[in-house]
Design a binder for this molecule. Structure first.
Ligand SMILES: [Fe+2]
Length: 297
């Protein structure tokens, strides 16, 4: 079975469409979305529609929640983008049925769910102990005590997004002579610190990233972050996602990261267009939200 894991689309329908095309040609059986479908980008409605139609499981992200309620603890750009998105959801006219369907889909997104009730496969947006809001960055691996607590809260793998940084954390546990368990943690980056993805004619797959694709051991535990489809922050502008290969009755699992090229300039154009078309609104999408896509952070 091949599962595509996507996260943090952030209303970037151009990136999502490119990733979906690649998923369709990759023999994928199911798609999981780890949340933040909307917020920041210019096309929330299409992103909601695609996720609702294509994903067998979707989780609630903090931006999805903020766009349906009130942005709290957001910086100015994120806050205005959430208010803009909330207005878009409310005023999508004239299709009232579609508006209601999208809103009810967002309002029913779970915060924590086992994929297909498999106890090995927990899915959240943030972390195992704070499902929507806790960030687990690649450099956090140094904090052994914190990782002990994070790994206590799930059995096999915890899939999480939120940081927009693709990474795998592996836990190895040993018992000492006194019967006390000690865990150590290894980080495998899903991106290269010394290079970006190749140009549009390249393969789209990161080659040489540290030990990725990674064979997962049945007697170890993992946190896996697939990176971000719509707003990567690892200095690589290509959309990022992951594939999990596994069989429900087998312990063998393999994770690999994928990068997909898309035209980020079109997203910036859509943001500029929205600014001109909606000058009267008290909030707007800032051009920075489009310009940052090219830098990939
Ligand atoms: Fe996000």
């Amino acid at each position: 079975m091949r599962i595509a894991i996507i996260s943090d689309i952030h209303s970037n329908s151009i990136a999502l469409s490119a990733v979906m095309s690649e998923i369709e040609s990759s023999s994928i059986d199911e798609i999981i979305c780890l949340g933040d479908i909307i917020g920041y980008g210019p096309d929330p409605l299409t992103c909601i529609d695609v996720v609702q139609e294509k994903c067998s499981l979707a989780l609630l992200g903090n931006h999805d929640f903020a766009c349906r309620t009130q942005p709290v603890n957001f910086n100015q750009l994120a806050r205005e983008a959430a208010l803009w998105t909330r207005n878009k959801l409310d005023t999508a006219w004239p299709d009232e049925a579609a508006r209601e369907r999208r809103i009810s889909f967002l309002d029913r997104l779970p915060v924590r769910r086992l994929f297909q009730d498999d106890p090995r496969l927990l899915c959240v947006h943030g972390s195992s102990r704070c499902a929507t809001n806790e960030y687990v960055f690649p450099d956090d691996v140094e904090d052994n005590a914190r990782f002990d607590r994070l790994f206590q809260r799930f059995e096999g793998i915890c899939f999480e997004g939120h940081t927009h940084m693709p990474v795998v954390f592996e836990q190895e546990t040993r018992t000492d002579d006194d019967g006390v368990e000690h865990s150590t943690y290894t980080r495998y980056l899903g991106y290269r610190e010394d290079a970006r993805s190749p140009g549009p004619d390249g393969t789209g797959t990161i080659r040489g990233a540290s030990k990725v694709p990674l064979k997962l051991s049945a007697n170890r535990k993992y946190i896996i972050n697939p990176g971000s489809v719509g707003q990567p922050r690892d200095r690589d502008p290509w959309a990022c996602w992951a594939i999990l290969d596994y069989e429900p009755d087998s312990d063998e699992m393999m994770i690999s990261f994928r990068r997909t090229y898309y035209d980020w300039h079109r997203v910036l154009e859509m943001i500029r267009h929205s600014q001109q078309a909606e000058e009267q609104l008290p909030y707007r999408l800032d051009e920075f939200l489009g310009a940052r896509l090219e830098r990939g952070h």
